[in-house]
Every structure is written in C-alpha cells, then in structure tokens.
Design a protein around this ligand. Sequence first.
Ligand code: KG4
Ligand code: ZN
Length: 326
Amino acid sequence: MSVILGIESSCDETGIAVVKNGREVLANELASQIDVHKIFGGVVPEIASRQHTKIISQLVAQVMDSIEEPIDAIAATQGPGLMGSLMVGLSFAKALAYSWKLPFVPVHHIEGHLFSAFLGEKAPEFPFLSLVVSGGHTQIIQCHAPHHYEILGTTRDDAVGESFDKVARLLNLSYPGGPSIQKAAATGDPTAFDFPRAMRNKGNLEFSYSGLKTAVLYALQEGEAKVEDVAASFQAAAIDILLIKIKQAIQQTGATQLVIAGGVAANQLLRDRTTTELDIEVFLPPFKYCIDNGAMIAAAGHSRFEHGLFGDFGTTPNPGLPLQAS
Ligand code: KG4
Ligand code: ZN
C-alpha cells in the first residue's frame, strides 16, 4: 500500500495528483495552458515554463489539502518534453522530497502514459502490447514487464497528434488540433478525399505522418473544399493506419491484451474502432487520463517505488530521455 504524489509538467499542462496503490486516484488537479498558447497556434516553450512556475505550488497545496493519507514518495516527469517545463516540475518535486524527507522517483513521460491504463476500472496485466499516440510519440511498444519495454515501431517523422495539430492549423481550426478536428469531422464525409495511408504495405510497424499532412495541403490548394469533409477524411486516414499497424503487431506478437494511451487515445473514432474491430482485450484509459496529467505519473511512480527505482537530488531533466529497460 503506497500513496504517491505525481507531478507532470513536460509540456503545456501542469498535472498534480495523488494516487494510492497505482490505481486509486485520491486527488487530481490539472491546469491547462491551452488558452495562453492558442493565440500562437501551438505551444511556446518559454511561456509554458513560466505558466508552470506560476501555478505549481498552488496546485500542490490544493491536492495536499484534499487528502488525508500520508504520502510515501514524490514522482515527477524527467523527460521527454520541453527543457524549461520539465525543469519546473522536477525541481519542485526534488525540493519537496528533500523538505518532506521522502523518496524522489523520476518517471519517463511515456511510461506515465502506459500506466494511465491502470487508472481505469479494469487493469491490464504484464506482458501486454501497447500503442502510444500523443503529440510527440506514435509508438507500438511491447511491455514485457514493469519497466522493461521494447519499441516495435515508431514514426519516422511527425507523430499522429502532431499531424492533427498541423492539419488543424491548415484548416484554421483551433489548437489543440485533435479535439477540434474530431468536432469538425463529425459533420463531414470521411470518404470525400482519399488521403494516403503511408507505410501500409511495408510489412513493418513503422509510421509516417508527414505525407498525410502534405496531402491535405495539396487538397486545399486544389480548390474549394469543405473543412468538415477534409477533417473527416484526414481523421479517417490518420486513425486507419493506426488500426492497420496495430492489427499487424497483434498478429506478430500473439498478444492478448492491448493498451492504447496518450492524448490521441481520447479520439472517439480510435476508441470505437479499437473496441469493435480488434480480436484482443483492449484497455483504454479513462478519457481524462488520456491527455497529460499527474495521476499517470503517480501511477508509474508507484510501480517504480515498489521496485526500488528511485532518483536522487542529482537527477536532471532530459528532454530526449529514451524509454529504456531499467
Ligand atoms: O499526451 P498528450 O496530452 O501530450 C503529449 O504527450 O504530446 O497529447 C496531446 C496530443 C495533441 O497533439 C492533441 O491534438 C491530441 O493529443 N489529441 C487528440 C484528441 N485529443 C487530444 N487527437 C485526436 N483526437 C482527440 N480527440
Ligand atoms: Zn503526453
């Protein structure tokens, strides 16, 4: 039984949460910076770190005031992410750990997303296959055991979430692109444009999303196109290729459980298609734990804590931290 305080600050959300036993969320606060970055059409790193600095102590106080149980350790995202943003959360976590005389646990952001699957009603059991789809990552990962991962496939260029954000900008839809494209797509025709499904016949588990974005650009340059139809056709292609590759990965690995995590796991078309089309038990994190949050970091931190995988006060943020077995 352990209770972990989790701090996430790798990009534009300050997430603070307390999770018991890696599964039960006792408190969860999220301060989104979307409104601040929206006017720039994407995240401005310098503004992001300042926003984290402004809000972090208030959020931690709020979370701590709302729980009764004592904390056993403090976990924070070490990377990957924006250097300045990571620095704020990690330094805050180390300072708290020092003053409260508690262990400090650094967490890989993607490991956090993987562990968000444990915050749902039913939890997966290792080993399982996973698809991590976010603004920075598109990866198929074989999760052999806690903290022992094998990346089976990744994107060669843009991440799928990044392509939603870029295409939204082309369509003059608001940031972040995922939710606004999903909304526009709801009244569009997904067959209006036949956008490419890159790498579909390559026989590997690699992705490429930059061509899809370019295809959208060309379609818009060719003439009048209804925003809703372009959004729906883009979304159909972007999600289709995820399904194609994950089906292939299931066949290759013989996996019986699949975790889908990361911001794009909030996409309704992906959620519907993966739950109806795949011959495998699918674990989707609750909607609010798909995008960056503190609870997923606390959940992963719980497992690291139980395995004795601590950091120390010399642990520094790493914007390019690899997801390695440790
Ligand atoms: O995991 P996340 O919050 O941050 C990163 O680690 O990158 O993911 C953010 C990404 C953004 O690119 C956003 O557009 C995308 O997730 N996203 C979605 C949806 N909600 C968020 N993409 C598609 N459909 C959605 N409903
Ligand atoms: Zn993320």
